[in-house]
Design a protein around this ligand. Structure first.
Ligand code: TYD
Ligand code: MG
Length: 452
């Protein structure tokens, strides 16, 4: 006998409660509870949901790094930590229309061209729509199979039958299980569908990509829980005003996190950007006050980015502070340090800061760039041509060392920069051989001497 009852689930984090709540006690989200039916099945789990496990010695288990399958797209492989690991579950999140379906279709096409049988399951578009998109992308390999299906049980049995090298589910929110009565896209359904797909991935050794939509506030719709279940979480981001798209690793059980891959959206699909520094600096104004270049680390890769600032006298009482791409609080802190240490008083100025190209930076190395950009705009003096800066700024105005100094300097040199200002106290790391003028500073006071 099956008993049926209803519970309330938070659509953001999956927290369950016997009664409706206005605010989720687990994730703090308001108005996120939805009633869903849960059936309790009695007895053992179905056979397909069991491993027949016997303990074995870790040394006896066969596994090697060579088991990774390349996607055929270098930027994608980088984010995945070198390729797709057999049996892994990869969640790809992003705003609607950002290019998730396009990216995954291109990945599958590249694999199918190498003779691997791959499966694209769509619940969002018809086969003809996918074919039309495929034509634009040049996707026509015969080993690329398209399945239009939304029922979980059917999808699972098809995957087992076809045994593709990789399967893509577009999107996880459209998949529903007939075992549950709640609506497709609800937390219960998404969790059930992902749970069983992930189980199949592990058991059959078939890597599965799950495409997930993202809510307004940036989390993958409904299931925060999903992020814990999968092996790898990738976010596909960018804004509709720009052609570039960044795929960012948020979690990766099989490689470094915070790696990024950069693409450009063209009318023939996504093209890889293999030299992001050049890409992000392409529109940089020459000799303009308020613009500075910072070598920033994105995962293991250095990327030169441009920090822009506009400082102007406040016309109303409260000065405005706007920061795009960098932490707002960090900017306030740096303004206070500049005031105290450098004698640059910005308290009566509106400050606008922007990282060009819409990139977001959250590492401390950007501090010196923010200070330099603000100082340059405030004094209305352009920073000397060919100068790159990086370093963390402490509360007493000291410049603190940061990691990967050598890699950053090398990247700046490669892009034709001739001077680099960076922390004096860097670790035992050896500096690269370069013809660049290397200027080390220990305090914010020294910065202005070298900047202009
Ligand atoms: P899509 O992959 O459908 O986004 P998602 O699956 O994340 O919702 O991408 C749709 C957008 O990409 C759409 O705005 C048009 C654009 N696009 C191109 O510019 N060029 C192309 O070749 C393709 C296929 C899409
Ligand atoms: Mg799509």
């Amino acid at each position: 006998m099956k008993k049926s009852k209803t519970l309330f689930f938070c659509q953001n984090c999956g927290h369950q409660s016997p009664k409706w709540l206005g605010k989720c006690p687990s994730c703090g989200e308001w108005n996120s509870f939805v009633e869903e039916e849960v059936r309790e099945t009695e007895g053992a789990r179905p056979a397909e949901l069991r491993y027949d496990g016997v303990p074995q010695s870790i040394a006896a288990i066969e596994a090697d790094e060579g088991d990774r399958i390349s996607t055929g797209i270098a930027e994608m492989d980088r984010v995945l930590g070198g390729g797709i690991v057999g049996g892994s579950a990869i969640l790809v999140g992003g705003d609607p229309g950002i290019g998730k379906s396009t990216l995954l279709l291109q990945v599958l096409e590249k694999m199918a061209e190498r003779g691997l049988k791959v499966l694209y399951v769509s619940g969002e578009e018809s086969a003809r729509q996918i074919r039309l998109r495929g034509k634009r992308l040049g996707a026509s390999a015969k080993d690329l199979l398209i399945l239009i299906e939304v029922e979980l049980e059917a999808i699972l049995s098809r995957i087992q039958e076809i045994r593709p090298a990789v399967a893509v589910i577009d999107s996880i929110q459209t998949v529903y299980s007939s075992v549950l009565s709640s609506a497709p896209g609800s937390v219960g359904q998404v969790r059930e569908a992902s749970g069983r797909l992930i189980f199949l991935a592990k058991k059959a050794g078939i890597p599965i990509f799950l495409i997930g939509h993202v809510t307004k506030d940036g989390s993958i719709a409904g299931p925060k829980v999903l992020e814990h279940m999968v092996d790898t979480v990738l976010y596909f981001e960018g804004d509709s005003g720009h052609a570039y798209r960044i795929i960012r690793g948020i979690k990766n059980r099989f490689g470094p996190t915070h790696e990024i891959g950069v693409f450009e959206m063209r009318d023939t699909g996504l093209a890889e950007v293999s030299n992001p520094s050049a890409f992000f600096l392409a529109e940089r104004p020459e000799g303009a006050a308020g613009s500075v270049v910072v070598p920033s680390m994105e995962g293991t890769r250095p990327i030169l980015i441009e920090v822009q600032s506009l400082v102007s006298p406040t016309s109303f009482g409260m000065p405005r502070r706007t920061a795009i791409g960098v932490d707002h609080n960090r900017v306030s802190l740096l303004v206070a340090v500049m005031d105290k240490i450098c004698g640059i008083h910005l308290s009566g100025s509106d400050i606008f800061l922007n990282v060009a190209g819409g990139v977001k930076v959250d590492e401390p190395a950007i501090d010196l760039g923010i200070v330099a950009a603000m100082a340059s705009s405030f004094l209305d003096r352009p920073i000397a041509a060919g100068t790159a800066v990086f370093g963390e700024v402490g509360l007493t105005g000291e410049i603190r060392g940061i990691s990967q100094t050598g890699v950053r300097i090398k990247e700046a040199a490669r892009m034709g920069f001739t001077r680099c200002i960076f922390p004096r106290t860097h670790s035992h790391e050896a500096l690269p051989e370069t013809r660049m003028e290397l200027i080390r500073i220990g305090s914010l006071r020294e910065l202005t001497e070298h900047l202009f």
